[in-house]
Design a protein around this ligand. Structure first.
Ligand SMILES: [Zn+2]
Ligand SMILES: [Zn+2]
Ligand SMILES: [Zn+2]
Length: 129
């Protein structure tokens, strides 16, 4: 990966956040080396292609970006209460997909899952109420 201050700045902002960010939010948090939003957006699209980040379409139909730690196939879970996103370095649905292949006659080459729930902190907050 070609390293530029711009790219490193964007990656740092993404890494430091525990929830997905919009292009504007990323731009806001970049202290230095800021360029225009289109440039940041282009860099983000490259990160997605290279596996450094994933884009997440929110229920508000706004595109946000989240940092990926794992270089393998993995999934992200998002807390519906606080918006926090957690990465799990495994798949967990491979067996179900094999059954789907048998049922459909398809050879499934890739999949993308959106997983929502309540994170541990929000579950214990719920119990306290
Ligand atoms: Zn990811
Ligand atoms: Zn939460
Ligand atoms: Zn998977």
């Amino acid at each position: 990966m070609r390293k530029t201050p711009q790219r490193e700045g964007i990656l740092r902002v993404l890494t430091e956040s525990d929830r997905p960010l919009t292009v504007e939010e990323i731009w806001d948090r970049m202290a230095e080396n800021r360029s225009g939003l289109p440039t940041i957006y282009r860099n983000l699209e490259r990160f997605v292609q290279e596996g450094w980040a994933e884009n997440v379409l929110g229920q508000d139909q706004v595109m946000r970006f989240v940092h990926c730690t794992s270089k393998h196939h993995h999934h992200h879970l998002q807390c519906e209460a606080c918006g926090r996103m957690v990465e799990v370095d495994s798949c967990g649905v491979q067996d179900s997909l094999q059954q789907l292949e048998v049922l459909s006659g398809f050879r499934i080459t890739r999949h993308h899952l959106s997983l929502f729930g309540l994170c541990r902190e929000c579950q214990s907050a719920e119990k306290r109420h």
